[in-house]
Write a protein that binds this ligand. Sequence first.
Ligand code: PLP
Length: 379
Amino acid sequence: MLDDIFTTLKQNYNFRVLSHLKHDNCFVYKEGKKLLNLASNDYLALSYDKNLIEEFLDNLKEKYKYFSSSSSRSLSGNFEIYEEFEEYLKMQFQGFEVLHFNSGYHLNLSCIAALASVPKTLFLADKFIHASMVDGLLLGKAHFFRFKHKDIKALENLIQIHYDKYDNIIILSEALFSMDGDFSDLKALCALKQRYKKIKLYIDEAHSVGCFNDNGLGLVKHLGFDKEIDFLVFTFGKAVASMGACIITHKEFKDFFINKARAFIYSTALAPINVAFTLFIFKKMKEFKEKRENLHNLAFLFKEKFAQKKYEILGDAYIISLVLGDNLKALNIAQILENQGFFAPAIKEPTVPKNTARIRFSLHAGLRLDDIERIINIL
Ligand SMILES: Cc1ncc(COP(=O)(O)O)c(C=O)c1O
């Protein structure tokens, strides 16, 4: 039944298989070979920080020692740690409310689908937004248009064409894009919001939370645009080294999502111990200043070395993509890197557009300068 699908995927060098991996700090073992992991989103290198984990477990209160919430938050699953977490973050975003979700995928899927059900709502989406947001648009049968990546003129053009037909126009973007690693033009998006009163901004900070701002509260906060953003999304499976996600939004939208975001309502809430760990990390964010600086310095040096070799690379920060074009080429370079001790698998369509297969280096604060030099020397 599935043979034709598999054959096509294989012919296009695009058949996914799971690697058998053993993890050891920032290394993975694949078929017994030790490889430096450059595919993880553990940007602050917190996930394997044994002291941090010990400190968390040593101080864990009895009331948080639950590995299951055993229910949706809408029923009996609303453990107090959820509200403690939401209150803590709310204090940093005055005038906004916070709602915790099980994952960024659940959050984007269900919040965007819910918003699509509000009459006369149009979404204008950057072409490179994450699949979870696209899936929300599709699930909610949203009215939407996509504009060329970061093309503010094209976006404004769409706003002008459709302005009179809709009551709400929601712009979807990421603060730091996951695949090209570039920053959104937040200043220009906020300026559009000032000019067109029906606009609301929905910004996903999956890849920037933790890594910007002295309290790790992301790029939007770092640049001082937090008052302008109507829906700000944090996910915790990357730099925060935990699991889950939250949306920071106005009170009426929090109430709306509690009532209408189906992944929030119809799924068992994340384990309390997990939420306790997320809160623990947020409370310590100030202490990770040096890690943040290290990460940004490494990224700067990595890009500089690439530039010296006249390689064309993408990335404004610590996600750095070497675009190679066809899948086979990217697979070959990934294999060469693997042979030399680096785990940086090829990224192919549909994760990135066709013919833009690439190696995506996700840097992390645990890397050393000579790791970077060795990578550059291989390429
Ligand atoms: C931009 C973006 N948003 C959302 C998600 C989904 O988050 P989660 O991994 O918590 O489901 C990802 C994950 O890769 C992402 O890159």
